[in-house]
Design a protein around this ligand. Structure first.
Ligand SMILES: [Zn+2]
Ligand SMILES: [Zn+2]
Length: 241
């Protein structure tokens, strides 16, 4: 089946995301746009993933929601981890939290909200999520893989937090399952970036939505056997641009 993907969506847990990024709003908006599979990828945390999964079960049973996390490396590169289940994502989250090392210069605590599927407040996330971990990009890749996740360097066309601009090159031995371009990337950007990537790899486009209006029509479609993590993993292995 042809599946429309958006594997990079933030919730109100990310301090840089809008308060409207509650489960029901995300679920309704992606459904309206014909997106079949999403990943919830807050910065260095998974606190709202289960709420979006539960919300989708009730209001959009056809929508597949995968657990994800956008992890910040010590070089300040953003890497998406997409996971087969909540348990493995949760285990990695506790490791990430013990390696977040930045001290914020403002009060952030009330900006990181964990809510249930009906957007009822549960608690504030106490770790400052916009900090960087002390892991290198290679270590993050290995960690995600050790939890059977997919490794996707985020928005590599962007100067801020994008792998190529931040490091100045694409590490030739970095193990990735796909590469993400932001939704604003043009075909020209794609052609400019391709020579910097030392191997053939699937390239996907995601919204990196921080606000509801950021969620836009899907640009990546994959032929999957079913809407599942395993089918996605298999399809990515065979999808090379
Ligand atoms: Zn990012
Ligand atoms: Zn993001």
């Amino acid at each position: 089946m042809r599946v429309a993907l958006d594997l990079h969506i933030h919730t109100l847990l990310s301090p840089c995301a809008g308060i409207e990024m509650i489960p029901i709003n995300i679920v309704m908006k992606v459904q309206e746009l014909g997106i079949d599979m999403i990943a919830i990828t807050d910065h260095n945390a998974i606190g709202n993933v289960s709420s979006v999964i539960n919300c989708a079960k009730i209001y959009a049973p056809e929508l597949k929601v995968l657990p994800g996390m956008e992890i910040t490396s010590r070089e300040e590169v953003h890497i998406l981890g997409i996971f087969p289940n909540l348990e493995s994502a949760k285990e990695l989250e506790s490791i990430i939290h013990s390696h977040l090392n930045s001290i914020p210069d403002r009060d952030y605590t009330t900006e990181q909200l964990i809510v249930d599927e009906d957007a009822n407040f549960i608690k504030y996330e106490e770790h400052f999520l916009l900090g960087a971990t002390d892991f290198s990009v290679e270590e993050i890749s290995d960690l995600i893989h050790s939890f059977n996740g997919l490794v996707i360097p985020a928005h590599i066309d962007r100067e801020s937090f994008g792998l190529i601009y931040t490091l100045g090159f694409f590490p030739p031995n970095l193990k990735v399952d796909a590469i993400e371009l932001s939704k604003f990337a043009t075909e020209e950007d794609l052609e400019t970036i391709k020579p910097s990537i030392p191997f053939r790899v699937p390239i996907i486009f995601s919204s990196d939505a921080h606000f509801l209006s950021d969620i836009s029509k899907p640009r990546t479609f994959l032929d999957l056997e079913e809407k599942s993590f395993e089918a996605l993993k298999k399809a990515l292995r065979n999808y090379k641009i």
